[in-house]
Write a protein that binds this ligand. Structure first.
Ligand SMILES: [Zn+2]
Length: 285
């Protein structure tokens, strides 16, 4: 599955025309302005060429068509995409759009769905990049300049997309993208933890292997007497009092125990039985 962050690439082909380029830095990006080009035949590259030759001060940062996301003005530089005289940007965000907003244009050429998905993705990308809230900090050009402009509704609505749907779609990308990043971060952390634990265990094993066996030759204090006694009895050979007993060693100990039983219990009993039998035989003669 393709990660959201890898779904599209952003291309950059900055125009050098001083009419389109303000050369002025944006101090802080406070919101995004969504536009559409209102041009049925020009794709992203055609707009780039157009702004390279334009003779009036106009521009937008990014143009998106069905195959390309193209930034033609650096995002750190002011572009001319909303009239300064309009008051709504100042009322809502405390500043003029050109001074603190990124302007993105949706091109009309080609497949709408392909272009729209890139347009939505790119707005989510910008919200993440600048820490913006998709529900509060994306505004349409129409909302800023309702007397003169109707974009991007003018291209979204004929294609069956309302403004609210657009914001919902951006918000979904934004949230899924954040989730994806969150998940990959936690997956990475989990993996790192496992690696650390394995390293630790490997280190421990290596140290253990390098160490000479350091098991004490002395039994524990509580077991000293019984150990000594059982060694004298011959059940144990007196070595490795603290090592665990294997099954074969247990079998050997049991065999020695059985020998002892034979020697001290069974053999005298047999001898006694034999004596009694002899007496019985003799008395019956
Ligand atoms: Zn516009």
């Amino acid at each position: 599955m393709t990660l959201i962050k890898n779904k599209y690439t952003i291309e950059r082909n900055y125009v050098t025309n001083s009419k389109a380029r303000s050369g002025l830095p944006i101090n802080k990006v406070k919101f995004l302005v969504a536009h559409e080009t209102a041009n049925n035949t020009a794709d992203a590259d055609a707009h780039c060429r157009y702004f390279q030759g334009i003779q009036i001060s106009a521009s937008a940062h990014t143009f998106i068509d069905d195959g390309k996301i193209l930034e033609i003005i650096p995002l750190w530089e002011k572009a001319w995409h909303v009239q300064y005289a309009k008051p709504i940007d100042n009322q809502l965000y405390g500043d003029d759009a050109n001074d603190c907003a990124i302007g993105t244009e949706l091109c009309r050429t080609g497949d709408f769905k392909q272009a729209y998905d890139r347009y939505v993705w790119y707005h989510a990308y910008l919200c993440r990049k600048y820490g913006l809230n998709p529900r509060k900090e994306i505004i349409s050009h129409r909302a800023l300049d309702p007397q003169r402009r109707n974009d991007p509704h003018s291209w979204l609505e004929p294609n069956g997309v309302t403004w609210d749907q657009f914001i919902n779609d951006v918000d979904k990308y934004y949230k899924d993208w954040n989730k994806e990043e969150g998940l990959s971060v936690s997956a990475e952390k989990k993996l790192q933890k496992e690696i650390d634990e394995l390293k630790h265990e490997m280190k421990r094993l290596l140290e253990q292997k390098l160490d000479k066996p350091s098991v004490s030759d002395q039994p524990s204090e509580w077991a000293a007497d019984v150990w000594k006694q059982q060694v004298m009895q011959g059940y144990f050979d007196g070595s490795n009092p603290k090592m665990p007993l294997t099954r074969e060693q247990a079998a050997e100990v049991l065999d020695r125990f059985a020998d002892k039983i034979r020697e001290y219990e069974v053999d005298p009993l047999k001898k006694r039985v034999a004596e009694l039998e002899k007496q019985v035989t003799e008395s019956s003669k």
